[in-house]
Design a protein around this ligand. Structure first.
Ligand SMILES: [Zn+2]
Length: 228
C-alpha cells in the first residue's frame, strides 16, 4: 500500500476515534451541567405586608425594615423599648385607644427583633427545652415574623391570656385594625407552631377583613394571596 494511502487510512481512523470519544463524552457533559444546576433562590421581600414568613420561608440575615420607629414615640404601653414599622403605627394606635375606652389595657411585650436578637432567644429556648420542643415555641433566626417589624406579642406569654379580658378582646377586635392572630388554636399541623394567643401580625385593615370573611387562618390566607 502506498504511504500516502496508509496516512489517509490512519487519519480516517483517528478522525473516527475522535468522533466516538467525543460522542461518548457528550451525555456526561450534559449530565454534569444538570447536576451543577441550582434553582434560583426565591428572594423574600420583607417589606411586603403579605409575605409569608414561616419555617420554610425565611428572611435574609441582613433584612431590616427601613421604616422602623420607636414605640415610645407613640402613646402605646410597652414593657421595654421596642420598635415596629411605621406603616403599622396608625392602626395600632387606633386599636390601643379604642381598647382603652372599653377598659382594655393593651401592652406590647415584644415587637421587632433583629436576626441576631432572634438567634439569642432561639438559643435560650434550645438550652431550656432541647431543639425539638424549642422549634414548636420559637422561630429559627431569619424565620420569625418579628423580624418583619409587623408582629407584636401582647401583654403576657401565657396560654391563660386567651381567656383573659384582653385576650378575648384582641381575638374579637384586632382584625378591625389590621391585626390577626398568627398561630391560632389547633392549627399547629399547618403553622408548625404551638398556639400563641398573644402573637398578632399586621396585614392591613382590608386584608384582615378579607381574611376574617373567608374564615381562613393567616398562613392559609397568605398562601392563597401569594399564589395569585
Ligand atoms: Zn411573637
Amino acid at each position: 500500500m502506498p504511504i500516502k494511502n496508509r496516512r489517509l487510512i490512519l487519519l480516517l481512523i483517528l478522525l473516527f476515534l475522535l468522533i466516538i470519544v467525543g460522542a461518548s463524552k457528550l451525555p456526561i457533559a450534559v449530565e454534569r451541567k444538570i447536576t451543577v444546576f441550582k434553582p434560583e433562590v426565591k428572594k423574600i421581600n420583607g417589606n411586603d405586608l403579605l409575605i409569608d414568613v414561616n419555617k420554610n420561608n425565611c428572611l435574609p440575615v441582613d433584612y431590616v425594615p427601613d421604616d422602623l420607629v420607636n414605640i415610645s414615640d407613640y402613646e402605646i404601653p410597652e414593657n421595654s423599648a421596642f420598635m415596629l414599622r411605621k406603616i403599622v403605627m396608625q392602626d395600632l394606635q387606633e386599636m390601643v385607644s379604642q381598647a382603652k375606652k372599653e377598659g382594655i389595657g393593651l401592652k406590647v411585650i415584644s415587637a421587632y427583633r433583629s436576626y441576631q436578637k432572634q438567634g439569642q432567644i432561639y438559643n435560650s429556648w434550645v438550652a431550656q427545652l432541647g431543639i425539638k420542643e424549642a422549634q414548636r415555641q420559637s422561630a429559627v433566626p431569619g424565620c420569625s415574623q418579628h423580624q418583619l417589624g409587623t408582629a407584636i406579642d401582647f401583654n403576657e406569654l401565657n396560654f391563660s391570656f386567651a381567656d383573659s379580658l384582653v385576650g378575648i378582646w384582641l381575638y374579637q377586635n384586632a382584625w378591625k385594625y389590621g391585626w390577626v392572630i398568627s398561630y391560632p388554636k389547633n392549627s399547629e399541623d399547618i403553622t408548625g407552631y404551638a398556639y400563641e394567643p398573644w402573637h398578632y401580625r399586621y396585614i392591613g385593615k382590608e386584608n384582615a377583613e378579607e381574611m376574617q370573611k373567608q374564615g381562613l387562618i393567616l398562613s392559609k390566607f397568605l398562601e392563597e394571596k401569594n399564589n395569585i
